[in-house]
Design a binder for this molecule. Structure first.
Ligand code: ADP
Ligand code: MG
Length: 243
């Protein structure tokens, strides 16, 4: 089943300086439980695309089909430093006025399963960048979305943390079977995490190619980085981005 489908999406911004054509005829879909990565040059329109999917902005033309709720996790974790971890993860439910006790139990299960339950009374600044990112993800998953949008979620982390956190986040996403659209400019991260990779051109972003990643989905992103196929995919995407 398709959780998300984009049909001929176009976006032009009209500003005082004139028209800026950002997205051109974008077509793709995401199947249930699939992780799709989007790679493209900086300024090509990746965040604009996520903003359209999450309904924050309207496309100029085209059709969007969304089956279910959307969870959106931004580049910075946006945890509130004056709220405890527990109060932070409850935020999504508060905003959506969701008082269902089952959801609180779900969140507790998630925190427990992913090693965060002992920290629920701590404040975000007391925790590592990697833990904060996992908490932000659990907060996003609290409302039980069927599609997760991740906009460069690891870019604020140092290299080693980034690799470890992407491994943890991958495990959570696959465990929870949530369809995911991951925007990144890191080719290796995209190959390590995604089932398919969409390569965008420079602005206005057109879809250059969709690449199927045929590596065993049961192995971790860190193990995938060591696979012999990894450099094949890297070369292919590098070539497309540098055409
Ligand atoms: P990316 O995420 O790929 O780096 P963005 O989607 O953030 O790129 O931006 C694509 C282009 O659209 C950029 O040139 C940016 O300046 C422009 N842009 C983004 N949002 C707006 C807006 N609300 N109004 C006008 N221009 C915008
Ligand atoms: Mg962006």
């Amino acid at each position: 089943m398709k959780t998300l489908e984009l049909v001929d999406i176009n976006k032009t911004f009209y500003t005082e300086l004139g028209e800026l054509e950002v997205l051109k005829d974008i077509n793709f879909s995401i199947n249930e439980g699939e992780i799709v990565a989007i790679v493209g040059p900086s300024g090509s329109g990746k965040s604009t695309l996520l903003n359209i999917i999450s309904n924050l902005i309207e496309p100029t033309s085209g059709k969007l089909v969304v089956n279910g709720e959307i969870g959106y996790m931004f580049q910075r974790d946006h945890l509130f430093n004056w709220r405890t971890v527990w109060k932070n993860v409850l935020l999504g439910l508060e905003i959506t006025k969701n008082n269902d006790k089952n959801n609180e139990d779900r969140i507790k299960d998630l925190l427990n399963k992913y090693g965060l339950i002992d920290f629920i009374n701590n404040y975000p600044q007391e925790l590592s960048g990697g833990m904060r990112q996992r908490i932000a993800l659990i907060r996003t998953l609290a409302t039980n979305p069927s599609i997760l949008l991740l906009d460069e979620p690891f870019s604020a982390l140092d290299y080693q943390t980034r690799i470890n956190v992407s491994n943890d986040i991958y495990k959570i996403i696959k465990d929870q079977n949530v369809s995911t659209l991951l925007v990144t400019h890191d080719i290796s991260e995209a190959i390590a995490m995604a089932d398919r990779i969409i390569v965008l051109s420079h602005r206005p972003a057109k879809l250059k190619e969709i690449i199927e990643i045929n590596m065993n989905a049961d192995i971790t992103p860190i193990e995938k980085r060591k696979s012999s196929k990894f450099s094949y995919y890297f070369d292919k995407i590098w070539g497309l981005l540098n055409e």
